[in-house]
Structures are given as structure tokens and as C-alpha cells.
Design a protein around this ligand. Structure first.
Ligand code: RFL
Ligand code: PHB
Length: 389
């Protein structure tokens, strides 16, 4: 079997790439390890930058997002029992869209189905070969049978734990990482959101975040120990820990109820600067991870796909190799800026186990400065709404 582009991983990066390629007349096959139901049951990102929204429009999958997504002109920081609003529209002239990753993925699946795209689910042992030749190929197992797929390019969109990055020889990979000494305990509940806009809360017990999916579905997170056991968190324990971390007025008015989902995610920053190895190119979480504090993970995957789709389309349309050659440098320039922002927001808003009294004063001074200086708030807003592509 032969196709032009093999895409390993059917998460948002892989699906978006296959859709953009299809619209430009370039054939691809997506190989996904999980079932579709499993992929759609993962609750992840919730905030889309304008650039991501525009890219989804270009991919002809933006209609439901515009109908059902919530446009947010600002968000709140909370500390010292008070809310401090960051006016994104005023400071950065743009809004963000609250629309869940699950919905984005569903819209992409629907579009790929409508257009006859090939997405193979539940494939096993996907393995890329001959990446440094002009005839790479991938082998995989499906329904017990072995298959081989020849192609021009292999694209690794298989997330942090995927096979693509691991297929680059270790001595060729330039990797940088930081693990944070805490995780996030996340809850989805069928309750009215605590506030109209997101609240990022600093508290001595630890960070908390109030987010949402729609007017009747809330998404909350609290900072927890990295090795926390989710079974130790009853709903009651979660709600009382969350409420303690929010301004009293918000906590008292908040609607609580049974959780629909509860899970713990570790926080880490990671970049593999080697995003290209011959005819293998990496995109999204396969190449880099950010802690979720700045809501950048999915948006960074989208900007990679923007650069990569342009590069592949230029290759097939005009036989141009320069954008493929320049992909890594173009993507990394944006990746590192978003890594910096996510690291900064994480460092500022969380409690760290080894904070000295001096460090604590510095942090308080930075928070006070942040909400009193238009310049500082503008820098925050400009990063939050998304740096240009
Ligand atoms: P994904 O979404 O991880 O998709 C990769 C896909 O590849 C498949 N796969 C394989 N397929 C074939 N063969 C293999 N060997 C394979 N190995 C893996 C997987 O099954 C999967 O379907 O990566 P992608 O597409 O690059 O998208 C990136 C985003 O998903 C990610 O950046 C964000 O979700 C990060 N993230 C969050 N970002 C935010 O902006 N806000 C959040 O609140 C937020 N929460 C999260 C998150 C990531 C999490 N992970 C990865 C543990 C919460 C969690 C739990
Ligand atoms: C979410 O809604 O899941 C969400 C929102 C903002 C973040 C992280 C997660 O910074």
C-alpha cells in the first residue's frame, strides 16, 4: 500500500493536518492506536487562541465552534480574597474561545468522515522505517494482520508517549525538560460555572482554576501532590479544597454537584528540538509539552500544524523543499516563547515545596505589580491570547 503522508496519531494534531492536506489535494492516512470512543473520552484543553480558531476555520471545521463556543474577552486572577480581571480585548485586542478539545476532535472526525478520509483505529505496533531515505515506510498490525504502508513523509503526531520521537536515534535528539513538584487534580461536573470567566487562583493551600465547557458544565482543577491518588479524593473533599482556595464571595455562590470525571495529570515542560529526522517530522505533544497553566498545549500543536501543512503543501504543489527544511526552526521559535510563558505562569501561580520567606515576598510583589501595571498586564494578555504565527 502507498500514500503520500502517513500521520501517526489521531489526536487533534494528526486530524487537523490530514484535513488541511486533504483540502489541498494531498493524500494521507492516519494511524491511531486507540479506538475513536477512547480518543473522544479524553478531557483535556479548553481554551482556543484566535490563531487556532482561524486555523480550524481554514480547515472548514469551525462552524460548531462559532455556534457553541464561548467567547471570553478576559479572565481573572485571584489572590488575597479578591478578583483581578485581565481584560484581553482591551489589552491585546483579541478574545479567546472556550471550546473543549473533545469537541474540536469530534468536529475533525466528522469532517474527515464526510470527506472520505482514511483514519485507521486500534492499530498496534506502528513502526517507522527508512526515515533518512526518500522512500520511508511504516509497518503496523491491524485486526491481527501485519501491514506495510509506503509514503513520502511520516508525521509524528502521536503525543508525548508515542513511538515517533523514540524512533529518532537518542544521540540525535536535543531534549530539554523540567518536571514540576506537583500535579493537577481535575474535575468535570454538570454544574453552572463558578463565574462567567475563568479564575486562576493563588492560595497558600495551592493553585486552583475554575474553567468551563458550557453554561451547565464546569471544569475545575486544584494543585495536588505529584504522586496523589485520585481515589483519595471524594467529591466532598475536592469541593471543600477548591472553595478554600477561591475568594469567599465566589466560593459561597458556587454550585457543586457530583463529578462526572476526576483525574490527575503531572505537570512538565519538555522540548525535543529535533523535530525533523530525514522524512520524519514531529508536531504537537510528540515534540513538546507545556504545563497546562497557560492553556497553550493544544494551541501550540495547532501552530506546528500550520507551519507543517504549509511546508507539505508547498512540497506537493511546487516541489519546494525550503519550507520542509525550515519547519523545525520556524516551529521552535514559537514553541520556546510558549514554553517560557507556561513556565512563568506555572511558577507564579503555584506553591512550591521549597519556597523561602524571601521567595514568597518576591512572588507577592510580582502579583501586586502584575495587576497594577498596564505594561505587565499587556504582556500577560498578549501571550494568553496567543503570539502571532
Ligand atoms: P495527543 O492529543 O496526545 O494525541 C496523540 C494521539 O496519538 C495516539 N498515539 C499513537 N497512535 C499510534 N501509534 C502509537 N504508538 C501512538 N502513541 C500515541 C494517541 O492515542 C493520541 O490519540 O497529541 P496532539 O494531537 O499533539 O495534541 C496535543 C494536545 O492534546 C495537548 O497539547 C493538550 O491536550 C495538553 N493538555 C492540555 N492543554 C491545554 O491547553 N489545556 C489543558 O487543560 C490541558 N490538559 C493536556 C491536559 C494533556 C494531558 N495529557 C497529554 C496527559 C490534560 C492531560 C491529561
Ligand atoms: C480547561 O478548561 O481545561 C483549561 C482552561 C485553562 C487552562 C487549563 C485548562 O489554563
Amino acid at each position: 500500500m502507498k500514500t503520500s503522508v502517513v500521520i501517526i496519531g489521531g489526536g487533534p494534531s494528526g486530524l487537523l493536518l490530514s484535513q488541511l492536506l486533504h483540502l489541498a489535494g494531498v493524500e494521507s492516512v492516519v494511524l491511531e492506536r486507540r479506538t475513536r470512543d477512547y480518543v473522544l473520552s479524553r478531557i483535556r484543553a479548553g481554551v482556543l487562541e484566535r490563531g487556532t480558531q482561524d486555523l480550524l476555520d481554514r480547515a472548514e471545521v469551525g462552524a460548531r465552534m462559532h455556534g457553541e463556543g464561548l467567547v471570553h474577552d478576559g479572565f481573572n486572577l485571584s489572590f488575597g480574597d479578591a478578583l483581578h480581571r485581565i481584560d484581553l480585548a482591551e489589552l491585546a485586542d483579541r478574545a479567546v474561545m472556550v471550546y473543549g478539545q473533545t469537541e474540536v476532535t469530534k468536529d475533525l472526525y466528522d469532517a474527515r468522515d464526510r470527506m472520505g478520509g482514511t483514519i485507521l483505529h486500534a492499530v498496534e505496533d506502528v513502526t517507522p522505517y527508512a526515515m533518512t531515505t526518500s522512500s520511508p515506510f511504516v509497518t503496523y498490525r491491524s485486526a491481527g494482520a501485519e501491514h506495510r504502508l509506503n509514503c513520502d513523509f511520516i508525521i509524528g503526531c502521536d503525543g508525548f508517549h508515542g513511538v515517533s520521537r523514540q524512533s529518532i536515534p537518542a544521540e540525535q535528539r536535543r531534549e530539554f525538560s523540567r518536571a514540576y513538584p506537583f500535579g493537577w487534580l481535575g474535575v468535570l461536573s454538570e454544574t453552572k460555572p463558578a463565574a462567567e470567566e475563568l479564575i486562576y487562583a493563588v492560595h497558600e493551600d495551592g493553585f486552583a482554576l475554575c474553567s468551563m465547557r458550557n453554561a451547565a458544565l464546569s471544569r475545575y482543577y486544584i494543585q495536588c501532590a505529584a504522586d496523589e491518588d485520585v481515589a483519595a479524593w471524594s467529591d466532598d473533599r475536592f469541593w471543600s479544597a477548591l472553595k478554600r482556595r477561591l475568594p469567599r464571595e465566589v466560593a459561597e455562590a458556587m454550585e457543586t454537584g457530583p463529578s462526572v470525571k476526576k483525574s490527575i495529570a503531572p505537570l512538565r515542560s519538555y522540548v525535543c528540538e529535533t523535530m525533523r529526522y530525514g522524512r520524519l517530522l514531529l508536531a504537537g505533544d510528540a515534540a513538546h509539552i507545556v504545563p497546562p497553566t497557560g492553556a497553550k498545549g493544544l494551541n501550540l500543536a495547532a501552530s506546528d500544524i500550520h507551519y507543517l501543512s504549509e511546508a507539505l503543501i508547498a512540497w506537493y504543489r511546487d516541489r519546494r523543499a525550503d519550507l520542509i527544511d525550515g519547519y523545525e526552526a520556524r516551529a521552535l521559535a514559537r514553541v520556546w516563547k510558549c514554553e517560557r510563558f507556561s513556565w512563568w505562569m506555572t511558577s507564579l501561580l503555584h506553591q512550591f515545596p521549597d519556597t523561602s520567606p524571601f521567595d514568597a515576598r518576591m512572588r507577592q510583589a510580582e502579583l501586586d505589580y502584575l495587576v497594577s501595571s498596564r505594561a505587565a498586564m499587556t504582556a500577560l494578555a498578549e501571550n494568553y491570547v496567543g503570539l502571532p504565527y
